[in-house]
Design a protein around this ligand. Sequence first.
Ligand SMILES: [Zn+2]
Length: 82
Amino acid sequence: MPIRPENRARYPKDWKLRSYFVRFVRAGGRCEWCGAAHGEQHPVTGSKVVLTTAHVHDDRPEAPSPESRGTRGRSRPPPAGC
Ligand SMILES: [Zn+2]
């Protein structure tokens, strides 16, 4: 999900790298909720999965650690439960 312009200043300058690490190194390219694989067809919705980085334990974009974030598979429209 793109960063909204009004929130851009709240994200660290290396956000792209942090987001990549969470999605593809820590989570191995799979949704941490349902296991759907990035770029593949979602097993429930049939839509192409696009992983995003969610603020799970601390919803502030400026939260300092990758541990505060999770990876969720999103497709358009977002599947129920992910
Ligand atoms: Zn999922």
